[in-house]
Design a protein around this ligand. Structure first.
Ligand code: KG4
Ligand code: ZN
Length: 342
């Protein structure tokens, strides 16, 4: 089955064509990051308007790249939540309308299910069951995954998401938006032993997270090192970045280890924007080796938002006979655990 996938839930317009037999045929992405950087965060109305401008050119691009005529697919999948409602509406209404015009089935996909299945786009996909750590700009969740749609939430962030914490810490250090990759780049040149940041909620049982205290700790440390102009010495920015990254990565690793022990599973997948973080990958690799388990993740461009993961996730559900009706439905809030199995 050949599926067109459309992602417009936040600030990336992603379109892809996935074939259940031959894998990914084409993939195109436009990131609005530069436009939102000016405001220090995503401006929802600007995001929606830009999706309108970029979606049709990207659709033409993927059909051309795949060498097939527009509409020569078997079904259409689009992100229908969670996300920004105006942004979601662009992809959902376009996807639904195209499917109707082409006489094809369509399906609304859960954005986080897309992230969760993204490692399956790689050459050695994980088998079920596994533990999934979903770490994006909006979510930090540990999920027990028995199969597609069989999700049990083991833990989640009680306040900021991991990516959000990266973005806010980066902002405090004057590193711009989006902060995750910028802070990670500074951390590489930092001395990881100069500052020790707390590992929130690791001294009590459970698999929930909290990153707001770490954010305050970062702000206080940064303020302690500002000169009279409010500037922080470049090496200190690197050292604070390294301490922050180390604390987040360590906290995530401790909870992932607990989740593997709790479930008895031997596979851990990481997905979402923060799973592109090199330090996190290295730290988790060491942890899973000690647990005699395996770590799976997608290539960096499929860790952040993209159309390929939506095409793949939609394809699995369509193959199982699931369809969305003709109404255009978006769910800005949509718990992952509420999804049906196949
Ligand atoms: O999954 P994603 O593209 O969008 C959401 O669904 O939220 O995740 C974006 C988040 C941002 O907070 C960004 O700063 C973070 O992922 N991120 C990273 C890295 N690359 C992206 N955080 C840490 N290290 C990175 N290398
Ligand atoms: Zn995402």
């Amino acid at each position: 089955m050949r599926v067109l996938g459309i992602e417009t839930s936040c600030d990336e317009t992603g379109v892809a064509i996935y074939d259940s037999e031959h894998g990914l045929l084409a993939d195109a992405l436009f990131s609005q990051v530069k436009m939102h950087a000016e405001y220090g965060g995503v401006v929802p109305e600007l995001a929606s308007r830009d999706h309108v401008l970029k979606l049709l050119p990207l659709l033409n691009q993927v059909f051309e790249c795949a060498g097939i005529a527009p509409g020569e697919v078997d079904a259409v999948a689009y992100t229908s939540g969670p996300g920004l409602v105006g942004a979601l509406m662009v992809g959902a209404s376009t996807g639904r309308a195209l499917a109707m015009a082409w006489g094809l089935p369509a399906i609304g996909v859960h954005h986080m299910e897309g992230h969760l299945l993204a490692p399956m786009l790689e050459a050695e996909p994980p088998e079920f069951p596994f533990v999934a750590l979903l770490v994006s700009g909006g979510h930090t969740q540990l999920v027990q995954v028995q199969g597609i749609g069989e999700y049990e939430l083991l833990g989640e962030s009680l306040d900021d998401a991991a990516g959000e914490a990266f973005d806010k810490a980066a902002k405090m250090l004057g590193l711009g938006y989006p902060g995750g990759p910028a802070l990670a780049a500074q951390a590489v040149q930092g001395d990881r032993s100069r500052f020790t940041f707390p590992r929130p909620m690791t001294d009590r049982p459970g698999m929930d997270f909290s990153f707001s205290g770490l954010k305050t700790f970062t702000l206080n440390t940064a303020n302690d090192h500002r000169d009279s102009d409010g500037k922080i010495e470049p090496q200190t920015v690197c050292d604070i970045s390294a301490a922050f990254e180390e604390a987040v990565v360590d906290t995530l690793a401790i909870k992932c280890k607990r989740a593997l022990q709790h479930t008895g599973y031997k596979r851990l997948i990481i997905a979402g924007g923060v799973s592109a973080n090199q330090r996190l990958r290295e730290r988790l690799q060491l942890m899973v080796e000690k647990q005699r388990a395996q770590l799976f993740y997608a290539r960096p461009e499929f860790c952040t938002d993209n159309g390929a993961m939506i095409a793949l996730a939609g394809c699995q559900r369509l193959l199982a006979g699931q369809r969305s009706d003709l109404s255009i439905q978006c769910k800005p809030r949509w718990p992952l655990a509420s999804l049906d199995g196949l």
